[in-house]
Write a protein that binds this ligand. Sequence first.
Ligand code: PGA
Ligand code: ZN
Length: 411
Amino acid sequence: MKIASISAEEIRDSRGNPTLYVTVSCEDGTKGSFAVPSGASTGATEAVELRDESASGGHVLTAIRHIATEVNDALRGMEVAEQGKIDAALIALDGTERKSRLGGNSTIGVSGAVCRAAAASSGIELYEYLRSLADIPPSNRIAPFLYMNLINGGMHASTRLAFQEYLIVPQTESPQEALSMGVEALRRVEEHVTNRHQGAWAIGDEGGVALDVEDTEIPLRILSEVRDSLKNQGSFEIALDIAASSFWSDGSYRIGEHTLSSEELGAKIAEYAATYDLFSIEDPFEEQDFEAFAGLQAALPDTRIVGDDLTTTNAWRLQKAIDKRSIRAVIIKPNQIGTISETLETMGLARKHGIDCIVSHRSGETMDTFIADLAFAFGTLGIKVGAPRTKERMAKIERLIEIASADTEAG
Ligand code: PGA
Ligand code: ZN
């Protein structure tokens, strides 16, 4: 089925910022859309998000114009099922290393909408279509673990807490059970913070509690107490996204009043890993320090060190991380790289080398649920969905529940 037209409009993300909603229409009338998310603690090597310079409020009107004119002209008449060719055409049309001319937000919007339109025109679910696009060995998981970010710090909250995310990972492959556990755990975290730390607290960008403490261990203690209190309702593990680039400057890490060397930060994290039996630790060091990641991974062979800003869903950065043994798991965010084909390539490379994939939302989210299908399609280890609270986060969880139960019924 051929592409008839591509258009885009401006919508608002969960932070209230403008973002793109792209629609691809096929000649048979089927359509596919994609609503683009946006990061706050973005990696330096991510695809560039194109925002209007002149307008206040970071509008995306230039990106909309690019899509309606040159992208529409270039892709109209192409076979919607030829995802690889379409993405290659987008990359060539952009012509820059980090998609800065068209904008990575434009390219992922178009690429994702093409993918959805192709699935719709062949009458299959998105996750089924994604499986047909990529030769990624199947895993035997029923559904990915939900990574739920219950305590928000770093650039996702206006507090003193330097580490960005304190997450729970319910140890069940039933997303429904994981959701129930997440809702109950969030309630207990809120109760704990209200009674013992702050009577009033704000909600962070990903829906968790914005805890205003400087001590990076306090949130771990809270999650650990909550874990103990919920023991008879199921088990969850604790994970961290340190997002260390956000508090690194001039060769050291600033945590409140303290300035830490890479070795000192590593020692602190290793102690946390042992005390709280951490399931995974994302971006423990700044995004160019492949060696420090490797040192910590070697010191903590039983814990997954995870690359996010380190790897930015980029196959050659992942290859470098594999060569240097920096990580055991990688974050997959389609908008970090800017096309679906490149996202699948990075996931394929990870699988080939036994690196676990954790598909992730962004801190600025939309109602789009593409990542739920992506994680489910390839049975990834996990999917990061924030706290089970706001509608943009709940949409992904609900989609995962829907497809996991439909797929189980279909056998
Ligand atoms: P971002 O953060 O979406 O603000 O970049 C998410 C993360 O670091 O995992
Ligand atoms: Zn991260």
